[in-house]
Design a protein around this ligand. Structure first.
Ligand code: ATP
Ligand code: MG
Length: 281
């Protein structure tokens, strides 16, 4: 299960977040401190992440780009609590991560819809399991179904949907759980260009209006610059973090930003950093 029972403390914290001013917006919410991750494989141990340190402040979006196999999903799994670091520490709200929790919703790289539930039931699953009264979420689920363009197939089963539609069920299910932190692993990769832009715009609005903290992995540099307050460029070898770039464009952002020269310049800069890495790796 992705989302479990919300603790009283978590609810109190998220209420405070909405009430407090910019001061709390500067607080660190997610931190990795000197994190190393080693996997055992048939051909021996491989160290995928070595001495990684970074932090994400409350309400901010960190996008991660990097070549296949550099450890992006591994970072997400460490933050979501599905993996534990070999050394170092991962903290949420200053407390070490001990496992998955209701404060973090994950959209996995692969679809993780429940095949035995309809689209609507997939979205209702989290709030129902948490025992939240229907009146508090029924309308929201309708809104999310509409937003991701799945209203007409709400009573269909996943096997009756296309790959892109299944992905949208995953995304809507994560939103419907209203977590404080969204962890998204290439969520829009399988969507057509128009749907992708709509989803990007909705995500900007959601993260901005509701002060969500977001870690978003993508291969699409334009998407990283559009969504991110910061972009982390990773490389396959230590030090895994090649560069961390502040994205200066104010939020909320409109799709038109993608055409502006400053935006394109930043996209090219990140592209060059990635290609430089490719040349020297
Ligand atoms: N459970 C595991 N056991 C052994 N090796 C693993 C395990 N999980 C990941 N790896 C290895 O760790 C490295 C990083 O994997 P990861 O999935 O984090 O990469 P990624 O950056 O997300 O790549 P992609 O862009 O292709 O999704 C890869 O070499 C992968 O084979
Ligand atoms: Mg991955």
């Amino acid at each position: 299960m992705l989302i479990g029972e919300p603790t009283v403390a978590a609810t109190r914290i998220s209420t405070q977040v909405r009430m407090l001013s910019n001061e709390s917006a500067d607080q660190t919410l997610i931190s990795l401190e000197n994190v190393t991750k080693t996997f055992s494989t048939p051909s021996g141990k491989i160290t995928v992440l070595s001495d990684i340190t970074f932090a994400v402040k409350r309400g901010r979006t960190l996008c991660i780009v990097g070549p296949s196999g550099c450890g992006k999903t591994t970072i997400l799994n460490l933050i979501s609590g599905f993996l534990t670091p070999t050394s170092g520490i991962v903290k949420i709200n200053g407390r070490p991560v001990k496992g998955p929790g209701p404060d973090r919703a994950v959209v996995f790289q692969r679809d993780s819809v429940f095949p035995w539930l309809t689209v609507r039931q997939n979205l209702e699953y989290g709030p129902k399991v948490r025992g939240i009264p229907r009146r508090q979420w029924a309308q929201r689920i309708d809104e999310y179904l509409e937003k991701v363009g799945l209203k007409d197939v709400a009573n269909h089963y996943p096997k009756q949907l296309s790959g892109g539609m299944k992905k949208r069920v995953d995304i809507a299910r994560a939103y419907a759980n209203k977590p404080e932190i969204l962890l998204m692993d290439e969520p829009f990769g399988s969507l057509d260009v128009m749907t992708k832009e709509l989803m990007q715009k909705d995500l900007i609005e959601l993260s901005y209006n509701e002060q969500k903290s977001l870690i978003f992995i993508t291969h699409d540099i334009e998407e990283a610059v559009f969504l991110g307050d910061e972009v982390l460029v990773m490389t396959r070898r230590p030090p895994n973090i090649k560069k961390r770039i502040e994205v200066p464009f104010p939020k909320p952002r409109n799709i038109g930003l993608k055409l502006e020269p400053g935006f394109q310049a930043m996209r090219k800069e990140i592209d060059a950093i990635l290609k430089g890495r490719e040349l020297h790796a």
